[in-house]
Ligand binder design. Structure first.
Ligand code: NI
Length: 281
């Protein structure tokens, strides 16, 4: 008596089980982000700061490099930027004479960011690049000496990006495929030619290089930010480090998690992409 009715019940409930599974799959597919990365309109060209570091003496590369911590896609402590509003602070043009003050401030605030270093300044200040990594920040290249990638041949622009990545690797041990084109200037043929690289742009410009005003810098960073925003600042601007406590407090008050560029995504950033913003709820 026991087994027959149970089998009958199974047969009867099979279509229901299949139906529920099917509905579950449909519901799950709606939960997946429909568009992993927003392709915002390319930012207008800006007059970026040309690497202002005029030192000519090269510092010796650090002798013993610590094992670089690997950035965790998916965010610190498992933050999922597809579920929680995140923004990424980014600093270009360094390292510079301001780097230590900036890194001290970030450490004090417990915030990690992404540094797009030029190759030339990396060679001049390899210790600061090693410190960026030791402090948990993510790295990318910003050309050797701030050349516009569209104003030279694609082959030259990509060789320059490779040379910059090699300098960053020599200083920090980190292999990075991330490139921030100076002035936000790139096109499809340059991106296609630079095989193995991803271009990281921004959708919030603090204009720190222009105002040098901590209040204005903070106002742009806090009020122009949207979920998934990539915020452009400069290592070389001393007032940016001064604005950081207000920026971090303001963004946190708006509910944002501050993450590195790789952490804005739930998968490692692959080559061939040009990215203006990250995942958002
Ligand atoms: Ni720049």
């Amino acid at each position: 008596m026991g087994s027959k009715p149970r089998l009958g019940m199974w047969r009867a409930s099979l279509p229901i089980v299949v139906g529920v599974l099917g509905l579950g799959l449909v519901a799950f597919s709606f939960l997946l982000p429909s568009q992993a990365m927003d392709q915002a309109t390319p930012a207008p060209e800006v007059t970026d700061t040309v690497a202002a570091d005029l030192e000519v003496t090269k510092a010796a590369p650090p002798s013993a490099l610590p094992e670089p911590p690997q950035p965790t896609p998916g965010g610190p402590g498992g933050i999922d930027c597809g579920q929680v509003a995140c923004v990424a602070l980014t600093f270009d043009d360094g390292p510079s004479a301001n780097s230590d003050a900036l890194l001290d401030k970030l450490a004090e605030l417990g915030v990690r960011a992404t540094f797009f270093n030029t190759g030339r300044n990396t060679e001049l200040r390899p210790d600061q690049v090693a410190r960026q990594v030791a402090d948990g920040h993510a790295l990318g290249g910003h050309s050797w000496n701030h050349a516009d990638m569209r104003k030279r041949s694609a082959a030259e622009a990509c060789a320059d990006a490779d040379r910059t990545a090699a300098a960053i690797k020599a200083a920090s041990g980190v292999d990075t495929i991330l490139v921030r084109p100076p002035y936000g200037s790139w096109n499809d043929s340059v991106l296609a030619a630079c095989t193995g690289k991803a271009f990281i742009l921004w959708n919030v410009d603090t204009e720190d290089w222009s105002s040098h005003d901590p209040a204005k810098i903070a106002d742009h960073a806090i009020n122009d930010a949207k979920p998934g925003s990539i915020i452009l600042m400069h290592d070389t601007v001393a007032e940016t480090a001064q604005a950081l406590p207000e920026i971090v407090a303001g963004l946190k008050a708006k509910g944002y998690e501050l993450v590195t560029i790789p952490e804005l995504f739930n998968e490692p950033i692959g080559p061939g992409q040009a990215i203006y913003s990250g995942l958002h709820p």
